[in-house]
Design a binder for this molecule. Structure first.
Ligand code: WT7
Length: 640
């Protein structure tokens, strides 16, 4: 970030460091010398039905961790916690969209719900290995359904509740799910998302779905298809109470989660069992410093990987109390998060830059109304945090007392990869600092050579790690091509990064055709294919323009058919088209009609030029490789 060149550094506060889960820096060196041994030690902190024979088999790009080991993720998150005396401890502290609307589940209660729902799934014919699609709002039924899947060895595929019917349909069809778990409607920010109605639209074209389970949340009337749709509560009433956890192989699939890439089709990222839980559990303990008395709040939606790893599996496998919040930061007022923190005594708050920047804009008044003294640690994830937002977060939310962990990772990595350890690491605002012990990263130049010392280039992960994606569901070739073709046995991240003289990493953003809008990952091609499916559009090119609040805003350049003229109505139609195809979070901010696009002689669109125009830059750099440089003037004119 250009806004500050020299930033100050922050030592871990003494009191925090004294009690931190990790306080011995020698762990970095130990893990470096024997990373398999390091991860095996972490894995031993979990419950295994059978210990592994080998820690790692690495046949690039195929990794297997804890080979031959048997375990169950739900057992680790529930039974194992109850066995350790946490039966009466609050596992999930749910807070609804309306302040004061809350539900809590102790570990014993959660275990019972999960066992019962696991039997519901079995009753619907779900067997070990059968993917289950879950399209739910942020209600307790969501983690219950996920854990129930994990308990019987059915991979879950959670589809974010704001995704459209079309997106849901494609995700169901890609993984060929037999069962869909959804809800009538999901309240959020005082409005209700009609999930069942969306699902019904998707279900018109999902031949594999045999049964639909409908949780009741909003209470509105929904269509229930005879023989296919059943209410959650009715099924739960009929189900047996006990369901033993399946002994899963360490490399059995735990879940599939779709994520955007540089083609129009999202990738089904596959995570498996033993390695994933090892990394997620260890990073929750070491980075997020979760302890027995903490109230841990990861404010991400469970529909994204952050919610999977740090709202559900990480905290529960550590026996922590995890907060699940249904609402938005601005409803009913701009102080809602601070209200949630104060009322629930939240001690650790894991948030995102886009949310923090929105708070910054509102000033400190909403914060001053609340007592935030329960907080002791703050986190951020999802996109680069600019130093000014970091400092603001530190000063106004953490009151200068709470360390901040800026955690870099991806859907693909499963868990945190680069981050401070809050009791050990001196932080620098804007920097994710150092790789987690046992994780190895580097920076390579454009010719794929490692850069020595300080420098800037492409981020690379140089050794396998336990939480790594194992493949793209049913598309191993795309898995190999996307991440491994370029460097063979090293993982190409598709993020740019900078390393300073202390070896600290600052992530600068994506280098591929993927946008990051308010922490949501959206492929330019996905938006482009939504636009060209409108009959008026012949071609489109989409870019992410820098945006103060959202990180990036979507700008679409559109070439219309024949002599059709652009109009306000058409702009609205096109924006709606994208919303319908993907979801409201992907709706373009700006549509620019243009007669032509800037292409090289080989036909490749120069996105750099489009970005420059959208950001109002006069100097667009070298445009001599354009097939027709006069396009640039047309574009500038189209925008004005
Ligand atoms: C991309 C992954 C990881 C969960 C949420 C997003 C960006 C993520 C940071 C960070 C700078 C970050 C990267 C990454 N990103 N965290 N702390 N600093 N950039 O998961 O949707 O898979 O997106 O988010 O560009 O590649 P995702």
């Amino acid at each position: 970030m250009a806004e500050e060149t020299k930033v100050r550094t922050y030592e871990p506060p003494e009191e925090f460091a004294r009690d931190a889960n990790v306080d011995d820096a020698s762990i970095y060196e130990e893990a470096e010398q024997d990373y398999e041994g390091f991860w095996a030690e972490r894995a031993r902190e979990m419950h295994w039905f059978r210990e592994w024979d080998r820690v790692l088999d690495w046949d690039p790009p195929e990794a297997q961790w804890f080979v031959g080991g048997k375990l169950n993720v739900a057992y680790n998150c529930l039974d194992y916690q109850v066995e350790q005396g946490r039966g009466d401890k609050t596992a999930i502290l749910w807070e609804g969209d309306e302040p004061g609307d809350s539900r809590t589940f102790t570990y014993s209660e959660l275990k019972s719900e999960v066992e019962r729902f696991a039997n519901v799934l079995k009753g619907l014919g779900v067997e070990k290995g059968d993917p289950v699609a879950i399209y739910l709002p942020m209600i307790p039924e969501l983690p219950i359904a996920m854990l129930a899947c994990a308990r019987i060895g059915a991979p879950h595929s959670v589809v974010f509740g704001a995704f459209s019917a079309d997106s849901l349909r494609d995700r169901i069809n890609d993984c060929v799910a037999k069962v869909l778990v959804t809800a009538d409607g999901g309240p959020r920010g005082g409005k209700v998302t009609p999930l069942k109605a969306n699902a019904d639209e998707a279900l018109e074209d999902t031949p594999s779905i045999e049964s639909v389970v409908v949780a009741q949340r909003s209470g509105e009337d929904v269509d229930m298809a005879e023989g296919r749709d059943r209410y959650w509560n009715d099924l739960m009433d009929e189900a047996d109470a006990e369901c033993p956890a399946e002994e899963m192989d360490s490399e059995d699939i735990l879940y599939i989660l779709y994520s955007s890439g540089s083609t129009g089709k999202p990738k089904g990222i596959v995570h498996t069992t033993g390695g994933y839980l090892t990394q997620v559990k260890a990073t929750t303990k070491w980075v997020l410093d979760v302890k027995e008395d903490d109230v841990f709040w990861c404010q991400a939606d469970i529909g994204w990987v952050t919610g999977h790893s740090y709202l559900v599996y990480g905290p529960l496998s550590n026996g922590a109390t995890t907060v699940q919040f249904e609402g938005t930061p601005s409803y009913p007022g701009p102080d809602r998060h601070w209200d949630v923190i104060e009322r629930n005594g939240v001690t650790i708050y894991y948030s995102a830059p886009t949310v923090i920047r929105a708070f910054m804009k509102q000033g400190t008044e909403p914060i001053e109304k609340h007592d935030l003294s329960s907080l002791r640690l703050l986190g951020t994830v999802g996109e680069p945090i600019n130093p000014r937002a970091w400092e603001w977060y530190h000063e106004n939310i953490g009151k200068g007392r709470c360390p901040i962990v800026d955690t870099w990772w991806q859907t693909e990595t499963g868990g945190i990869m680069i981050s401070p350890l809050p009791g050990l690491t001196t932080t620098k605002p804007g920097s994710a600092t150092r790789p987690f012990p046992g994780i190895f990263v580097d920076i390579y130049d454009e010719d794929d050579n490692p850069i020595e010392g300080a420098g800037k280039g492409n981020l690379v992960i140089t050794k396998p790690w336990p939480g790594m994606l194992r493949t793209i569901y049913k598309d191993p070739e795309r898995f190999r091509k996307t991440y491994w073709e370029r460097l063979g046995d090293k993982y190409f991240v598709e993020d740019g990064a900078e390393r300073d003289e202390d070896g600290y990493y600052t992530i600068t953003g994506r280098i591929d055709d993927v946008m990051n809008v308010s922490g949501h990952r959206i492929g330019t091609m996905e938006v482009e294919s939504a636009l060209v499916s409108h009959k008026a559009v012949v071609e489109s090119a989409v870019i992410g323009r820098h945006d103060e609040d959202k990180g990036q805003a979507i700008v679409a350049y559109v070439i219309l058919e024949g002599d059709r003229e652009g109009s306000e109505d058409l702009i609205k139609e096109l924006k709606d088209q994208v919303r319908k195809a993907i979801g409201p979070h992907a709706r373009p901010e700006e549509i620019i009609f243009t007669p032509d696009l800037p292409k090289t002689r080989s036909g490749k669109i120069m996105r750099r030029v489009l970005r420059g125009v959208a950001e109002g830059e006069d100097d667009l750099g070298d445009v001599s490789t354009l097939a027709d440089p006069s396009v640039v003037d047309d574009l500038k004119e189209a925008r004005s």
